[in-house]
Design a protein. Sequence first.
Length: 166
Amino acid sequence: MDQKTHDKGLEIRKAVLGEAYVNNALKNSDSFNKPFQELVTEYCWGAVWGREELPRKTRSMLNLAMISILNRPHELKAHIKGALTNGVSRDEIREIFMQVSIYAGIPARRRQLPHRARGVRRTRQQGVRHCCLTAVVLAKARTYNHRPWWWEHAGAPAEHSNQARW
């Protein structure tokens, strides 16, 4: 561990998230997760947030967008507070979330439509209950960009990309 980068990261982390929040995270670390806390402090906060090329306000705005897209509400709460600390206004935060809604929400929804349409067509052939359940599960799996647990057992292609249509 580079102590200088770690110390710089700790200073930035406390300035952005608040001293109480950071002290609580460090206090609650044990021998198992303490190395992770050190890694986050050194690399995330020291090596990345410590770079001069982007101001903290911009980094906070980027984080709000990325964390909300990843659906991490526990992290989002802390980073909203940090963004306000870094000079991001409430209006700017609202606009970030509106932008995320459009560019992360609509493409995901648009990709679901062909599958739902196929599900409706199958309804006539296979019965409502099975088809609707399949369409909903597939839509959710594609929205969160992962395969459902039953994927390999459902006769889906082994080498599947999320772009493939079946």
